[in-house]
Design a binder for this molecule. Structure first.
Ligand code: ATP
Ligand code: MG
Length: 230
């Protein structure tokens, strides 16, 4: 080892690994944090960008909490963790209350803004199973690597069924937690098993039950101060 490499273990050519983690985060909860921490550790991520969505294409039935509140809660949660960042990539454009964003476009934008980085997209298993309904999902599958977090109630072996056979790579991986596609890799993150959902948190708050421990402490304070989800 040269003395130089002792001080710069990765050398000047170290390629950063970054991930984007999208969602409505209404509100962000400890399950999201557990997923991000497990991914950060397993894939040595230099940065995780949480991307609160002003209005994702598939969540239109329920009125979402205003973007500003959801954004503020994600920012509060990120403040406690090194390497967690918040992104405005899916913030509503100025003057608009909401705007529909598509993941395929958001990934393209991240590639443009971080051209030298290795990009991952983090999703829970429930969301990945929906992926065939997303805009240009085949292009999305080609566009970056994926980290799919296990989520109680969703079988990871079902994930293979939503991948079009022609998207699969020629040589399957011997690692059961890795699905090799033609242009990308899907990694299954099996070290996390959180039952928490934003739906449950909203229901608990509607019924005036405690959410202590289910969301980061600063987020709990914010929800109570702002009287959200009453
Ligand atoms: P809601 O109940 O409103 O759908 P949610 O808890 O699913 O909320 P989202 O904002 O929809 O949270 O999720 C953002 C991303 O985080 C999605 O990819 C989702 O699959 C993932 N995710 C959320 N909670 C968990 C969990 N407990 N375990 C694994 N992945 C999760
Ligand atoms: Mg959800």
């Amino acid at each position: 080892m040269s003395p130089h490499s002792i001080h710069r273990p990765h050398g000047p050519a170290h390629r950063r690994s970054i991930a984007l983690f999208g969602g409505t985060f209404d509100p962000i909860h400890s399950g999201h944090i557990a997923v991000a921490q497990a991914a950060q550790k397993r894939f040595h991520l230099d940065a995780i960008y949480f991307v609160p969505s002003s209005r994702p294409p598939h969540k239109t039935k329920r009125a979402l909490t205003p973007f500003l509140h959801r954004y503020a809660m994600v920012a509060l949660a990120c403040a406690d963790h090194t390497g967690f960042h918040i992104s405005t990539a899916e913030a509503p454009p100025e003057g608009a209350a909401t705007h529909v964003f598509y993941s395929v476009d958001t990934v393209r934008r991240f590639h443009r803004e971080h051209p030298d980085d290795h990009l991952f997209f983090i999703l829970g298993a429930d969301q990945f199973l929906e992926i065939p309904t997303w805009k240009n999902y085949e292009a999305l599958l080609d566009s970056c690597d994926f980290i799919i977090a296990s989520r109680p109630g969703f079988r990871l072996d079902a994930l293979r069924l939503v991948i079009p056979p022609e998207r699969l790579g020629r040589t399957p991986s011997s690692d059961p937690n890795k699905i090799v596609l033609r242009k990308s890799v899907i990694h299954l993150l099996t070290t996390v098993a959180s039952h928490i959902s934003s739906t449950e948190i909203r229901h608990r708050l509607e019924r005036k039950q405690t959410i202590h421990g289910l969301v980061p402490a600063r987020v709990e304070e914010y929800i109570l101060e702002q009287a959200l989800y009453r």
